[in-house]
Write a protein of this length. Structure first.
Lengths: 437, 793, 170
């Protein structure tokens, strides 16, 4: 069982019920559950969407798009059924927060899905979990069954005339399927190849009907916003970045774990105070602030507030909230290689720049790290990444290119140290190096 | 079906025009047009690998990137729909760099084996590389390797060369509705995969090979044979089925003559647009089959056929024919023509039979009842549908048949029309057919129940008939299930309804031409009855009574009434299962490519050129006339046209009476001898002049007879639609069946028993098919995989 | 599925599939879960598994293979009864995942993608499994094990060996 952590600076909203036995529906109700759904049902769609807009909630899946805005794009009338799709594919390295939500508070996702359905007039919600989360799928499926048994789901939810069904779905191992349109393809039983946009999912989505897709954490936040009110929620964060967020602090910190902190919380403080500093008293070398696709920050760049705008200004991205802390004993070439190896493996293979570019990058970096690099390779690696950047079919290409460019730019010296047949300066006896592909 | 269809081009929904700017030029196109199409139409070429007109959008290759004003990222022109006021840049340093970058990435894993690659010289990646120049190779890693795979006798796949543009999977699935190709794995391990794991179970059309922009899919028939620039490329008409696809033959000249080494349809200029089936693509190898006749054969006194010179063989044939004609009259000679020779040859053959041999005993192996069709439509021009019209008709009623197998191009036209224009297809058939998948409604017809169809439709009882009757305009396609009176009834029903046009399907590449050119004992070219007063008045000595039908000729032979049988490009002994004994006492002369069952009985066999070795016109089932061009050359053989002219010459005929060539041609010279014409002007010369044409200079120029055909044959006259320039430019032009005279009686000479359809499938082609080794191999492959699939189930 | 055609799956799984194909608005949506559940039972996606799933969903086998080969958890060859999946992605790597992987190699005498001769274990190096804060993390079939140190490896292997014995097989 993943270890739960806590820190006094935390503001527990989404994680409020973690460790409280809330997988049990009665316990969940006891802890105030399903009140928000009833309230939303009473207030109606326009009210819900206005609240969501006012809350300044921005998507927790990575792109940080305003949730209220996204919901408002769904046409009121539609010939084809509308859907809510909960993205529980959580696959971005550094991210494990949805894991905890499904494990400890599955009903919050169900309740959020119901509210989202009410907001856009959908009768069906889909909760898609990555295939590796089988044990969590079982928990979610049990929770869904309980919600049906309580009449919170079904033809007449909460005794009203409104119908809402939830269908769960499992993936089978594919990062790209977290991209919203690839997710719909996967849910439709296809290869996880993203769709051409436009049309956007809000207009033509799952099974051809209007669809909103939100990250599981985003959806789990919704009932809390409805319960506590948009203004108090927005108040917690920074301007245009409402509320709290689950930060996944991992890597070389003393106390890794998932912490719920207000948007805009200082990154340095997060590492040194919440996380207890660098493990083993070592020095900090770098921080990946928002999951593996976000450009790396140097120690001198981390005195920033963790919200979408401030991290953006610092040249990186808040992404999925995975803060990866890297100490000074780490080889950044190896780190870059491992990052790229992931994107190479997960590229769906559809478009040329991503498919070929990540493959080439992985090959180059592994040769380089194995000690067979040439001086020209350093610029070439960057050049390949630049040839990917902005030219791919979906953002996965960028997700591979951006961190690569940052690694080369910020750790050029370390790349140079690998040249001329020199062994990796960080290799200790017996540490396996990735084989040359 | 795939959901990645992008925009459906809905022909009924006309979008308003919008104006936008491309590279500073103002362009106008209907709103929603894809930028790449709008640009290409305006002559602005945007590079693309994955974009392919008519197939679903992919946006996968990223070559078509352009800059759109006020949009932060480069956009793909293949998915951008134009709207009012937009502004685009399609060539700039930034764009060239993006394209170059993408090519450079592609070339990382792409093998640089262009010198030995079949596609070298006609490779879109090479061309693109030339243009955007990723010259220096920065790639030092080992390339991904994967062994080449053979999926079928026709298709080989070389993954390292594959750039994953997904054209092949789409042409196979969306285009052919076969869905035999897919994509397996992901990332750089993605591969195109055939449906049986390592083998292909499909229609073996080979379209995937043509559409592949690089050398990843190569043709079993062509691989490693030559370099594209070592070939001459001749576009001509396929010799196999009645659809008449245009095919481009790759020709290599050698001491042996000019040899065909490839068939394809890369230029897409024909009636068939993208399409070509296995027969068109691979079915040319009969030309150099070892059994091909290359020397005339004459039966010696010992009763065996032995090689002879042309002079000798022709002299024997001419002497005997003349002798029989002069001693026993023309009625003792029978002539059988061909479904595969050109219009000019068929016209010449009947003219030779009628005016030289003096007989109306002329027929061909009828595969459908075009005579009945002509009779039914007489006096109603504009009621037949061309193949192109079928490709854009809003509604089609298909009765009987199985176009997918027997008329592959027709099936393609229908499918494409349904897919891209949402045409409504109605199918009435006694059995399920593959095209049912495109049908809006199907109606099962009891076998033999076709003749009641019009009545059934008119009754409006079923949803099917209601839907069909509700159509504002309709093309009705039918085949040999309708013969004689049934054709009349169906056509009469359509004429009464007024909004209906027809297509009537025949089997071979010139079955329609054989009928149109009068290979009938009672009908002259253009379905003019031989008994009609004044018919073909300028023919000297035209016998005015009906001749014998093909079966009647055999009966007559058996009764000793037929002194000679002259067979051109037909094999009735095998095709109609006739008793060879019947010909025991008959002199038989055969012109053919092979020693067929019929040729084997002959006294004189004359080796003929195939359609790929001569020029002339052919008419497909739909009445579309096309020019076949001489591509290959085979020493020893002669075009049927030339053989006929020489034979006539050897019989002492002034060939100008047959072929109006040279100045002051035939009719002028013969004016006196043809009473009615005496003193009149040379009509042919007058006609040539009026049409701006020069007289032909050689009696062997078959096009001299095209001129006569156009002058004399109803339905083939020059007109706005039957435009000679267009024809000679390689286009299809429609003939007009409704112009035939219309007083053809339902003669006893035409009964259903005279029609012997061939029902050739995807890999067969009557007698000729036996000599197409490539097709036989494909058929065997398909049988083996079908067995394997059946065993697995 | 056509009545009368025998299923290669256990009655429980076959019944589950009957429900699954009705669960979604479109039958095909059941494809990926069916592949995964079939693999859980059959060990891998054999030709027969693919054929039956294709039949149940009215898809071609090609379509099924196209989809199945896309997803990294699905395999076309048998794995060990316990498939040990070691995440070596960045967060786990920083915490010593490669040491853990090495230790599994030594303990099982197999390389990644190998299977022990008794068929009990197979070893795989996998991408991030969503346990980044608790790395190095591994999954044995669907069970997560967090914060693994190389020294834990013999215990984990032993545990599964014992479990197999207790279940009376091998
Ligand atoms: C390659 C790629 C992978 C993604 N993976 C995930 C994921 O695992 N989970 C997720 O919630 N969003 C993921 N996203 C973001 C989704 O596309 C989408 O923006 C998000 O689910 C929207 O939800 P939100 O607005 O609540 O953030 C991914 C995006 C890309 C481009
Ligand atoms: S960038 Fe291209 S290849 Fe990469 S995942 Fe997206 S669509 Fe697939
Ligand atoms: S043609 Fe547009 S991406 Fe390939």
């Amino acid at each position: 069982m993943p270890r739960l952590v806590s820190h006094p600076d935390e503001v527990k909203i989404v994680s409020r019920r973690f460790g409280q036995g809330a997988t049990n529906i009665d316990r969940y109700i006891e802890l105030g559950g399903y009140e928000a759904a009833k309230k939303a049902l009473a207030q109606g769609p326009d009210w819900i969407i206005n609240e969501m807009k006012a809350s300044n909630l921005r998507g927790r899946g990575g792109a940080g798009f305003s949730t209220g805005m996204k919901w408002s794009f769904v046409p009121k009338q539609s010939a084809k059924p509308k859907s809510v799709l909960v993205n529980g594919d959580e696959s971005e390295p550094g991210t494990c927060k949805d894991h905890l939500i499904f494990l400890h508070d599955p009903h919050s996702v169900i309740e959020g899905t119901i509210i989202a359905g009410l907001a856009i007039g959908a009768k069906t919600g889909f909760i898609y979990l990555r295939g590796e989360y089988r044990y969590l799928l079982e928990i979610v499926e049990k929770a869904v069954a309980a919600a049906y048994a309580h009449g919170f789901l079904g033809k007449r939810i909460f005794g009203s005339d409104t119908e809402f069904q939830i269908i769960t779905q499992t993936g089978a191992g594919a990062y790209e399927v977290g991209e919203e349109s690839a997710l719909m393809e996967s849910l439709e039983g296809k290869r996880g190849i993203p769709r051409i946009k436009p049309p956007f999912p809000a207009v033509v989505g799952l099974y051809g009907g209007p669809t909103i897709i939100n990250n599981a954490e985003t959806i789990a936040t919704v009932p809390h916003i409805i319960s506590m009110g948009a203004a108090p929620y927005a108040e917690i964060g920074t301007p245009r970045n409402g509320g709290t967020r689950l930060f996944c602090l991992s890597g070389h910190v003393e106390r890794p774990g998932v912490y719920e902190l207000p948007m805009g919380y200082n990154l340095k403080k997060m590492i040194y105070e919440v996380g207890g500093g660098i493990a083993g008293g070592r020095a900090l070398k770098a921080v990946v602030p928002g999951g593996s696709s976000t450009p790396v920050l140097l120690p001198e760049e981390i005195d920033i507030g963790m919200d979408f705008d401030q991290v953006g200004k610092a040249g990186s991205m808040l992404g999925s909230g995975g803060v990866v802390v890297i100490d000074d004993h780490t080889c950044m070439v190896e780190f870059a290689l491992r990052t790229i190896a992931f994107y190479q493996h997960e590229s769906c293979g559809w478009c040329i720049p991503c498919r070929e570019g990540t493959d080439w990058l992985k090959k180059s970096l592994s040769r380089f790290h194995a000690g067979f690099g040439r001086a020209a390779d350093i610029d070439n690696i960057r050049r390949i990444a630049e040839n990917i950047l902005g030219r791919t079919f979906c953002p996965l290409g960028d997700a591979a290119a951006m961190p690569t460019i940052a690694f080369v730019k910020k750790f050029r010296k370390e790349f140079e140290d690998h040249l001329n047949g020199r062994p990796c300066p960080f290799a200790k006896e017996g540490v396996p190096q990735l084989a040359v592909v | 079906m795939t959901t990645r269809l992008g925009i459906l081009r809905d022909s009924e929904q006309k979008m308003p025009d919008v104006t936008f700017t491309v590279d500073g030029k103002k362009l106008t196109a209907p709103a929603g047009t894809l930028l790449i199409d709008a640009c290409r139409k305006a002559g602005i070429e945007i590079p693309a690998f994955c974009y392919y007109p008519g197939l679903s959008l992919q946006a996968a290759c990223r070559m078509c990137v352009v800059r759109q004003e006020k949009v932060p990222k480069l956009q793909t022109a293949c998915t951008t729909m134009v709207a009012e006021g937009q502004s685009f840049i399609t060539e700039s340093e930034e764009i060239a760099a993006a394209r170059k970058g993408t090519i450079e990435l592609l070339l990382g894993n792409h093998p640089l084996d262009c010198p030995v690659c079949d596609a070298g010289g006609e490779c879109e990646l090479q061309d693109m590389n030339f243009k955007y120049g990723a010259g220096e190779s920065l790639y030092t890693e080992a390339k991904r390797h994967r062994d080449e795979q053979q999926w079928s006798p026709a298709v080989f796949y070389d993954r390292p060369r594959c750039i994953l543009c997904y054209r092949c999977t789409r042409i196979c699935g969306e285009g052919m509705d076969v869905w035999a190709l897919g994509i397996e794995n992901r990332n750089a391990s993605s591969v195109i995969a055939p449906n049986l794991g390592n083998r292909l179970d499909c229609e073996q059309c080979g379209m995937c090979i043509d559409i592949c922009p690089v050398g990843a899919l190569t043709s079993g028939a062509y691989r490693y044979k030559t370099r594209p620039w070592e070939m001459n490329h001749v576009s001509t008409v396929c010799t196999h089925c009645g659809d008449g696809c245009k095919v481009t033959l790759g020709i290599r000249t050698s001491t042996e003559g000019a040899e065909i080494i490839r068939g394809d349809n890369r230029d897409k200029s024909g009636i068939n647009n993208d399409f070509l089936c296995a027969k068109g693509r691979f079915g040319f190898d009969f030309v150099d089959h070892p059994d091909r006749l290359t020397k005339p054969l004459v039966r010696n006194s010992a009763g065996t056929l032995e090689p002879a010179t042309w002079e000798h063989a022709l002299r024997i044939a001419a002497t005997k024919l003349k002798e029989i004609r002069d001693t026993r009259s023309g009625a003792a000679i029978g002539v059988i023509g061909s479904n595969r020779t050109t219009n000019e040859e068929n016209y010449l053959l009947q003219k030779f039979a009628r005016t030289v041999l003096g007989t109306n005993n002329i027929d061909h192996e009828r595969t459908t009842d075009y005579a009945a069709f002509a009779r039914a439509l007489a006096g109603h021009p504009g009621k037949t549908a061309t193949l192109r019209e079928i490709g854009r008709a809003p509604a089609i009623l298909l009765i009987g048949g199985d176009p997918t197998n027997e008329h592959p191009l027709l099936a393609w036209q229908i499918r494409t029309n349904v897919r891209l224009n949402r045409a409504r297809l109605y199918i009435a058939n006694s059995k399920p057919i593959k095209l049912d998948r495109q049908a809006k409604a199907t109606q099962e017809i009891p076998a033999g129940g076709y003749k009641n169809l019009a009545e059934f439709l008119d009754s409006g009882q079923s949803d099917f008939s209601k839907a069909v009757l509700a159509e504002e305009s309709l093309i009705v396609i039918f085949g040999e299930e309708f013969r004689s009176a049934a054709v009349d009834e169906l056509v009469a029903w359509g004429l009464k309804r007024g909004n209906i046009r027809f297509a009537y399907l025949g089997d071979h590449s010139n079955s329609r031409g054989a009928a149109d050119m009068g290979l009938f004992p009672d009908l002259l070219p253009g379905y003019v009855p031989v008994t009609a007063p004044g018919a073909f008045a300028e023919y000297p000595n035209l016998p005015s009574t009906h001749g014998r039908t093909l079966p009647q000729m055999f009966e007559a032979a058996a009764n000793g009434e037929l002194g000679a049988l002259f067979v051109v490009g037909a094999n009735p002994i095998s095709r109609l299962e006739l008793d060879p004994e019947a010909l025991r006492d008959t002199l038989v002369i055969v012109q053919d490519l092979f020693l067929t069952e019929t040729a084997a009985l002959a006294d004189v066999v004359l080796p003929a050129a195939s359609l790929y070795e001569k020029s002339g016109t052919v008419t497909n089932s739909f009445g579309d006339v096309q020019l076949a061009r001489k591509a290959a050359d085979r020493p020893g053989v002669r075009p049927d046209f030339e053989i006929l002219v020489r034979l006539a010459g050897a019989m002492g005929v002034d060939v100008k009476t047959l072929v109006p060539f040279a100045h002051g041609s035939v009719t002028g010279d013969l004016g006196q001898s043809r009473g009615a014409q005496a003193g009149e002007a040379d009509r042919h010369s007058v006609w040539l002049e009026a049409n701006g044409l020069e007289p032909k200079l050689s009696p062997f120029d078959s096009l001299a007879l095209l001129d006569e055909i156009q002058r004399l044959v109803p339905g083939y006259a020059p007109s706005e639609s039957f435009d000679r320039f267009s024809l000679f430019a390689g286009n299809d032009v429609p003939s007009e069946l409704g112009n035939s005279p219309g007083f053809v009686p339902i003669s006893t000479l035409r009964g259903p028993d005279l029609i012997a359809p061939n029902h050739d499938g995807l890999f067969t082609s009557a007698t000729l098919g036996r000599y197409c080794r490539g097709l036989t191999e494909l058929e065997q492959h398909q049988e083996t995989v079908k067995e394997a699939v059946a065993a697995a189930d | 599925m056509k009545p009368g055609v025998a299923s290669i799956f256990s009655p429980t799984l076959a019944a589950r599939f009957d429900v699954l194909v009705e669960k979604y608005p479109v039958k095909r949506s059941a494809l990926i879960p069916m592949l995964l559940y079939a693999q859980d039972e059959a060990g891998y996606l054999s030709e027969a598994v693919i054929a039956e799933i294709a039949r149940r969903l009215s898809l071609t086998e090609l379509e099924v293979r196209n989809v199945a080969s896309y997803y990294s958890m699905l395999r076309f060859k048998p794995a060990g009864r316990y498939n040990i999946q070691v995440c070596t992605n960045i967060c786990c790597m920083l915490k010593g995942a490669y040491d853990v992987l090495d230790r599994f190699r030594e303990e099982l005498h197999i390389d990644p993608n190998g299977t022990t001769p008794d068929g009990l274990f197979s070893l795989e190096e996998v991408e991030c499994i969503g346990a980044c804060c608790w790395g190095p993390a591994i999954q044995v079939n669907y069970d997560f094990h967090d914060e693994i140190k190389p020294d834990h490896v013999p215990g984990i292997v032993g545990g599964y060996r014992g479990k197999a014995q207790a279940e009376g097989k091998k």
